[in-house]
Design a protein around this ligand. Structure first.
Ligand SMILES: [Zn+2]
Length: 375
């Protein structure tokens, strides 16, 4: 199968053109019209590549897209998101740019290159007259960067029917696949006090900002780097003006955990927070948004299998993990074999330095085609 590499190497210009087209259609999660345009573009490409295509309309977020090659249970489920974190207009500031082996542009690495790799792999198999070993469903969703609120039920329903899930999200910079990801949680902690005139009645007030300051320190101290647990107070607001004792203040908190046990510990500690100042009250809202994907047979067995198939192409696959969550967190938590990080090599996801290594478009298209043929 090493000729897959040669085959896709001959198509690298076409893959780059496709990637450029995807990058130059900006698609921030929050701009439905923009995301829907990319969804239609990908739907058309998938149709030409032989897929049966279904668009699942959404009201608030962009539409989702199911592209199926073959029908029936026990097939492959590929996940890829078409939304990005970049607001419309970013492209004008940082246009598509090729420098040596690197290509730059908003969303190029996370996750537009993955869409290009998936389409290139399936178009390639079609051109070679080769069929995937099992039916293929690709779910292109449009709300991954905001936590997949509307696509999660769809992801879980499709995963329940699948033999294995390939989450085509960026690889680590060195190409490593992801066999674990931290889970994420979000909380809002609000302190409620009593308003008073800062001059006339200072002693009658209960300062919600003071109360919250104590809670911020408690929250930050819950971080345990050794366990891989972080608690980040990332946003704070409260009060009205300097001469009023504030009666309300709140923080937004991001939690990352490697294990469910750590999640239980942290969520219990946060919900058990007690007010520090007499008369103050606390309100705690929130919970888990994506469960942790723990390194376990659910991720390690498919990784070893992929390693063997990659070796047949002359590629060496390594495994790693990350603090960022993806839709693989959902499918792995269901116990469905899940392989994550099959996208392009590069770096700088969610940063202005984001880039993709062009040769990895060839390798990853060949790898995906081989996985679909030989699994
Ligand atoms: Zn992503």
């Amino acid at each position: 199968m090493s000729n897959f590499i040669d085959f896709f190497a001959q198509r690298v210009d076409a893959a780059l053109d496709l990637l450029r087209g995807l990058v130059e259609m900006e698609s921030p999660s929050t701009d439905k019209v923009a995301v829907d345009r990319v969804v239609r573009f990908v739907a058309d490409r998938a149709r030409v590549a032989g897929a049966e295509v279904t668009i699942i309309p959404q009201e608030r977020w962009g539409d989702h897209l199911l592209a199926r090659w073959g029908a029936g249970e026990g097939g492959f489920l590929l996940l890829c998101h078409l939304d990005t974190v970049w607001p419309t207009g970013t492209l004008a500031e940082r246009p598509w740019r090729v420098e040596g082996e690197r290509v730059f542009g908003p969303g190029v690495y996370d996750d537009k290159a993955s869409a290009a790799i998936i389409l290139t792999a399936l178009e390639g198999l079609q051109a070679m007259n080769l069929s995937p070993r099992y039916p293929v469903t690709v779910l292109f969703n449009s709300d991954e960067e905001v936590g997949s609120p509307s696509s999660r039920p769809l992801i879980e329903a499709e995963a329940a029917r699948a033999r294995v899930v390939f989450c085509v999200e960026p690889a680590r910079p060195d190409g490593a696949l992801k066999v674990w990801r931290k889970g994420t949680g979000r909380y809002t902690v609000t302190a409620l006090g009593r308003a008073a005139h800062a001059g006339a009645d200072h002693e009658k007030g209960i300062n919600a900002i003071e109360e919250l300051a104590h809670q911020v320190l408690r929250l930050q101290r819950m971080t345990d780097y050794g366990a891989g647990t972080t608690v980040n107070v990332g946003r704070i607001e409260g009060g009205t003006r300097a001469n009023v004792v504030p009666d309300q203040a709140s923080v937004r908190v991001d939690i990352r955990v490697k294990t469910m046990a750590e999640w239980e510990r942290i969520s219990a500690a946060i919900t058990a927070l007690q007010p520090f100042l007499p008369g103050a009250r606390l309100m705690v809202e929130g919970g888990m948004s994506r469960p942790p994907m723990e390194a376990s047979p659910v991720t390690l067995e498919p990784f070893r299998r992929a390693q063997d198939i990659a070796a047949g192409l002359g590629l060496t696959l390594t495994a790693d993990g990350t603090g960022g969550a993806s839709d693989a967190n959902f499918t792995a938590a269901m116990g469905i074999p899940t392989l994550d990080g099959l996208g392009a090599l590069g770096d700088g996801a969610h940063s202005v330095d984001e880039y993709v290594l062009i040769p990895s478009l060839v390798e990853r298209s060949a790898l995906l085609a081989a996985l679909l043929r030989e699994w």
